[in-house]
Every structure is written in C-alpha cells, then in structure tokens.
Design a protein around this ligand. Structure first.
Ligand code: F6R
Length: 608
C-alpha cells in the first residue's frame, strides 16, 4: 500500500518528508517522490525503485521550502515508473497531489478532461485528480478540492499543495487511512503514524468523508457539507514496531484482518450489478474471442495453486468451460496439451515466481493466449502475459499468503462471471453472485470479530503433531490451503484431502490425538460429509468443523463448531478460509514459531 506524508511548519520540509517515507518502507513500494512549495512554484522530484534512488536525485538538488508532500507508491494503475510516481501535478504545474487508493471513475473523468484540452503525462488515476482540482481552482485550494471530490468515486487518502498558497496543505480521506500530526508550531499529515512519530505523538484521525486544512498556525477538520468538525486529539502510545504492523503483533495477523478491505479493493470498479456480470478490461479480449475459448489451463504454485483449484470449480460449474489446473513446476516438463485455442491463466501474488514464469513462457511458445492474476504491479509475470487482472490486495509482507489468496479467489470469480455471462449463466444468477460478493467483506468482518473463539481453539490443539483437513467440492482446495497454512508456520504435519478420500487411506491415521478439521457448509454433499464425520468420531478422532449452520448432527458430532455467515456455495471459500488462517496463526504463536518468517521459506521464490 502506498504511503503519504505532508509537512507545514518552520523547518525545511524535504528531509523531514524523506525520513517519514523511510519509516513507511516496511509497507512495500515501487517508487517515491516529493513536492516542495517555495518561491519558485511547486518543485517535484521523483524516482522509480527504492527510496535511495530518490535520495540520490535529491543530492545537491534538494528543493528548499517549508511546505511539502511526499509519497511512496505501490502501483495499482500503470507500471512503477518515474512518470507514474507521485506527486502528480495539474495542467498548470502549480498544484501537486499525492494519493493512496483507487479512483473508480478515473477513466470517465480523464476522457472529459482531455475533451477540455487537458494533457496527461502518466497512466495513473491520481493525475486525473490533480487536473480536476486545477480546473476548479480559483484562488482557494480548500474549496477546489472539496468541489472536485464531489465528482470523484472511489477510495482515497489525498494531500494537495498549491504554489499560489504557500501556507496551506489540504488533505482528504475516504476509504484510505489518514491522520493529522499536531506538533509544536508545525503540522503533519500521514497515512501511517510511523511517518510522524519522531516529531509528535498527538494525532487526529480523519474519518471517511473528512478533509483537513493545515496552515502554519493550526489545522481545521471539515467535510464536504460543513466547514468545521470538532475532533479529539489522540495520544499515540504504541512503539514504532507496533505501529508498522498497524497495532498487530505480526504482519500475518494484520494481513488476515485486512481482508475485508483488500477484497473491496480487488472488486472495486469491476462489478456490473445491473448486467449481473463483471467488467474486466484487462483481459484484452473481445466478446468473440472470449466466446471462442474452449479450454482453460490455470497454472500456479502453493497457495496460488489452491486458489486455481477453486477457479477450476467455478469456471466449470458456471461457465461450463473445461479447466485443468497444473502445478507451474510440472507444466513445462510434461509436454502439456496447449495450443492457440487454450487460455492459460497464471496466478501469482509476487508475479516473480520462477516456475510460474517458466510455465507462461512455455504456454506462449505453444501459441496459447496468456492471462495473469497478479498482485504486484509491473512484476515480471504481469509484464509478460497478454492480459489479466491486478489483485490490488496491497503488499503482502507475511511469508504465509493470506489476503492474496482471498483476492485471487475474488479475481477468479470476476473472470468466471465475465466468461459465464457470455455463455450459459443467466442474468439473475449473475446478479445473485454479485450480491453475494458485495456482502463478503462485511461477512469476513463478522468472522474476524470472533477471532478470540479461534484463539481459544488453538489453546486446545497447539500441541498436536498432526492434523487432517477435509472438505468437498469448492471447499476441498480450502482444506488444502488450511493444511498448508498450518504446516508452513507451525511446523505441524498437516494434510488436506477431499473428505470422501479419507476412507482410502488417511483414516488409518485417526486416533484420539488426531484433530480433523472438516469444512462443511451446507451444500449438496453435506449429508455425505456428516457420514465422514461419523467415521472419524467412531475412531475417537477430535472433530473441528467450519459450518454455516450448527444443526443437530454438528452439535452431536463435533468437538468444536465454528459457524460462518451464509453465502452462495461458490463463494464459501472466501469465508471458510478465514477461521483456518486464524487457527494456524494462533497455533504457531503458542508454539513460539516465527510467524512472519517461517524457517526455510521465502516470500518470493525466484529460483526453480
Ligand atoms: C504459501 C505461500 C506460497 C506461495 C507460492 C507462490 O503461504 O505463500 O505457497 O503461494 O510460493 O507464490 P506466488 O503467488 O508469489 O507466485
């Protein structure tokens, strides 16, 4: 996720801004920049890559001035280049903006502005905001920003400065965190308290829809309707390390809790409620080309491979297209049946996994069209595929993948909707899926609110040496993913199976020491899963069940039953995985494991 910092006060701004950006480095970023207001106008300096690159550019050429804004970018629109880095300026070059979030109607706004003669330099949605404010500017930055925001849809944390008002910084928040730092005769804005902690511990947290107007004498909070809102000043008591993790003990836990928001970002701008379909321009394929696809191969590794299996289920069930899921590491060594009529989809959080990249190369050699569902913008896989969709889950720091998984499943649902609506899926079914998707973030919040229940469960099971995860249909891959999460961070041996496979071997393992996790929302095979649970119970196994209804069977057969909210069957993995992520986290914690950096694992596997 991007980082925002702004300063107004008596001191030189540039150094303070770079220090603030340095504090937010842990969030991950791909470029950085700052804008300083001084007697020469607004001076902007930007650089792709690490903050060191920006510092190098500043050497000997640091703009002087006591008002400025700085930004680290994690790309969502446009590659991570210097041109796309923030700040962006308006047509006159006198107004500069930094932005976190996604502007949903940027395309339409840009078109209209171009029609009125505006010329854009970057591919970003942010530059549109600069031009919009520039067009509305009549000597009052605060009013121009307020007026512009009335036309903007989407999520943002914003900070603006203008060469014509060297004593004003205007910030705004909707869906992306922002706070004002209240110092001694100086004021800050930041997306993250870590950026200003060195200078002050007094902060005002902005809520959605609010703006902050900072001057050298003070600050004022307002919204689009009223020009003054009384807000309390809070004292930050956390230390820096805690702040970097957003108050959570580990990045993994933070990322688990971020899922309502990361999923909203993945879905943002893609859902066509009326048509019961999805807008996925990134596929770069016409309706006719999409209709001609007669086979799909999805290739990935690890957690991404598990989301691919869920995609297979959805695409076959709803779009009726035959799908094969291939481990990327196997793909090129087994003479895959892939030709120009096959669509090959690569799924990768990092976009750098060597095996997945090699699979894409192989698919291209064989003439297939390739798509990528990738989180890191501008990564190698994202650049090499013919089209695709960014996950927009934000940077994932914890080695164990959590929020990228749910975003991958959501992205696959979008691709499925797009393909299925061109084929057999009726509009009402499409609308029902969209309605279901829109509810998922709130339903995940409901589950997260009950994390303490899973923590208590972990207290009972953390000393186990083995665990079995069983699920059916679309929840079989969730069983695999639940088992992978547990083994990679707690080093407990765990396996996932389709529930009915248990009797063909794994049942031999079951005794009173074996926890068996059933993922069993009510679906067409629910009755059969109940029989599988009976089989485990009969052998003294301890049963944990993730269900959407605790009926009489579940009450009788399970040792622990966690009820998730009800959704459509195809969407259940987005909910059933949450308690399993939490379970692995709390078990690993009890076992004293390094949750964020489990032994032997790397976040991005760039070797074969
Ligand atoms: C598991 C995990 C790995 C990755 C795998 C693929 O928690 O993180 O299994 O899913 O290495 O990585 P990406 O998705 O970056 O290609």
């Amino acid at each position: 996720m991007c980082g925002i910092v702004g300063y107004i006060g008596p001191r030189q701004a540039a150094g303070l801004l770079v220090d603030g950006l340095r504090r937010m480095e842990y969030r991950g970023y791909d470029s950085a920049g700052l804008a300083i207001v001084n007697g020469h106008g607004v001076e902007v300096v930007k650089a792709a890559g690490k903050l060191d690159n920006l510092e190098q550019r500043l050497q000997g050429a640091t703009p002087t001035g006591t008002l400025g804004i700085g930004h680290t970018r994690w790309a969502t629109h446009g590659a991570p280049t210097t041109t796309n880095a923030h700040p962006h300026t308006d047509q006159s070059g006198r107004i500069a903006v930094i932005h976190n979030g996604i502007i949903e109607n940027a395309g339409a706004l840009r078109k209209a502005l171009e029609g009125r003669g505006h010329v854009f330099k970057s591919e970003t949605d942010t530059e549109v905001l600069a031009h919009l404010v520039g067009e509305l500017y009549a000597g009052n930055l605060e009013e121009a920003v307020a007026a512009a925001l009335r036309d903007v849809d989407g999520a943002y944390g914003l900070a603006f400065v203008s060469a014509d008002e060297p004593g004003v910084l205007v910030a705004a928040r909707k869906g992306s965190p922002l706070l004002v730092g209240v110092g001694d005769g100086e004021f800050f804005v930041a997306s993250d308290a870590s950026a200003l902690l060195e200078h002050t511990r007094s902060v005002v947290y902005l809520d959605d829809g609010e703006m902050a107007v900072l001057s050298r004498d003070g600050y004022r909070i307002r919204n689009l309707e009223t020009d003054f809102i009384d807000k309390p000043v809070n004292q930050i008591e956390w230390d820096l390390a805690t702040i970097e993790r957003g108050g959570f003990d580990h990045f993994m836990l933070k990322e688990i809790f971020e899922q309502p928001e990361s999923l909203e970002n993945t879905l943002r701008g893609h859902l066509l409620d009326d048509e019961g379909s999805a807008r996925v321009h990134g596929l770069n394929m016409t309706d006719d080309e999409l209709k001609q696809i007669n086979r799909i191969v999805i290739t990935a590794c690890g957690t991404s491979w598990h989301s691919a299996l869920i995609g297979e289920y959805m695409l076959e069930e709803l779009a009726r297209i035959p799908v094969e899921v291939e481990y990327a590491s196997e793909f090129r060594y087994r003479n895959p049946v892939v030709d120009e009529k096959t669509l090959v989809i690569a799924i990768s959080q990092s976009g750098e996994t060597a095996d997945t990249l090699a699979a894409i190369h192989e698919a291209k050699l064989r003439g297939a069209r390739t798509l990528g569902l990738v989180n890191v913008v501008g990564s190698t896989i994202a650049r090499e595929v013919d089209g695709g969709l960014y996950l927009r889950a934000g940077p994932e720091v914890g080695v164990a993948s959590t929020k990228a998984f749910t975003s991958q499943v959501a992205a696959l649902t979008l691709v499925t909707l797009r393909l299925a609506r061109l084929r057999n899926l009726g509009i009402m079914q499409g609308r029902a899926i969209i309605e279901g998707l829109r509810k998922i973030p709130a339903q995940i919040r409901q589950i997260l609110d009950r994390a303490h229940e899973i923590e208590a469960l972990a207290d009972q099971f953390w000393q186990s040496n083995n665990a079995l995860y069983l699920g059916r249909g679309v929840n079989f891959p969730v069983a695999l993913e639940g088992a992978l999460k547990l083994k990679e961070i707690s080093y407990i041996h765990a396996e996932g199976y389709p529930a009915a496979e248990m009797k063909h071997g794994p049942i031999a393992l079951i005794d009173e020491n074996m926890p068996v996790v059933f993922i069993a929302p009510k679906d067409t095979v629910y009755g059969k899963i109940v029989s599988n649970i009976e089989e485990v119970k009969a052998r003294g196994g301890r049963v944990i069940a993730i269900v959407n209804e605790r009926d009489a069977d579940m009450a009788r057969l399970t040792d622990f039953c966690f009820v998730i909210p009800t959704t459509l069957n195809v969407l259940t993995p987005l909910l059933t995985i949450i308690p399993l992520q939490l379970f692995s986290y709390y078990v690993a914690l009890r076992r004293g494991c390094n949750v964020d950096q489990p032994r032997n694992l790397a976040k991005s596997v760039t070797v074969e």
